[in-house]
Design a protein around this ligand. Structure first.
Ligand code: ADP
Ligand code: ADP
Length: 229
């Protein structure tokens, strides 16, 4: 089943050369896909379009077969969430973890149900009392767990993960990768991963797409794509 699709997507920053040209990519249910490419290839730009933070200059983004429009952004947010690289800047230091994790629920106009927050914290291996504490009380790995709890609290179908373990030390990396893998196995959740760590890519994604200067130059089985010179 096609969940998220970029169909012939192009994007240019104001006055700039094209950051993306004719990119077509499909995220299918249960098939985690990695997006790899050199710095400047357009990975972050594509993720921003897939998150609805900017609109493609040409082509379109679809979810479950329906074009993403401004009017559908809210319902789209329920289905597509994200985790970013830096677990320090992504959590508002002024708010308790419980409030941070509940953000997507509030954004959807739903009640910030403490039971749902506790369930999300439990799913990422954090005790329920984490909700009453503040981000500064936690390590980078724990903060990334909080960010993942926030991303899954509304039961999204797709998790866009932008270098989710790059800022973490090696041991913590392994734990967070294991967590992401188990969330995919246990929930109806598919990951689109951006990572320069090919070990992490191979661990999480059977499918890999390669961006080069804003174009998708290759996609296929991760072993084949990464195995080729
Ligand atoms: P990646 O995430 O693969 O490193 P980006 O999507 O960040 O690539 O960048 C793709 C291209 O778009 C690069 O040429 C970059 O310089 C350009 N770019 C990125 N952000 C902006 C911006 N805010 N304004 C203008 N150009 C940008
Ligand atoms: P308009 O031209 O319809 O006023 P803009 O292009 O200025 O719309 O975008 C307005 C807001 O819509 C942007 O801030 C952006 O967050 C949001 N938006 C994001 N993705 C899309 C999309 N695919 N289609 C329409 N609007 C989008």
């Amino acid at each position: 089943v096609a969940l998220l699709e970029a169909d012939s997507v192009g994007f240019s920053y104001r006055g700039g050369t094209p950051a993306l040209t004719d990119v077509s990519l499909t995220v299918r249910a249960g098939r985690n896909v990695a997006l790899v490419g050199e710095s400047g290839a357009g990975k972050s730009t594509l993720l921003r379009l897939l998150l609805g933070l900017a609109r493609p200059t040409t082509g379109e983004i679809r979810f479950a077969g329906r074009p993403l429009t401004r009017g559908r952004l809210r319902e789209y947010r329920r289905a597509v969430q994200a985790v970013f690289q830096d677990p320090y800047s992504s959590l508002d230091p002024r708010h308790r973890i419980g409030r941070i994790v509940a953000e997507p629920l509030r954004g959807l106009g739903l009640r910030a149900d403490p039971a749902r927050v506790a369930a999300a914290l439990d799913a990422v291996g954090l005790p329920a009392d984490t909700a009453s504490r503040y981000p500064h009380e936690f390590s980078g790995g724990q903060r990334q767990r909080v960010a993942i709890a926030r991303a899954i609290v509304c039961d999204p179908k797709v998790l866009l993960a932008d270098e989710p373990v790059s800022a973490l030390d090696l041991t913590t990396r392994v734990r967070i990768v294991d967590l992401l893998a188990s969330l995919c196995a246990e929930r109806d959740l598919t990951i689109m991963l951006v990572s320069h760590d090919l070990g992490v890519v191979a661990e999480l994604c059977r499918h890999t797409a390669v961006l080069e200067s804003g174009r998708l130059v290759e996609q296929g089985d991760t072993s084949q794509v990464l195995g080729s010179p």
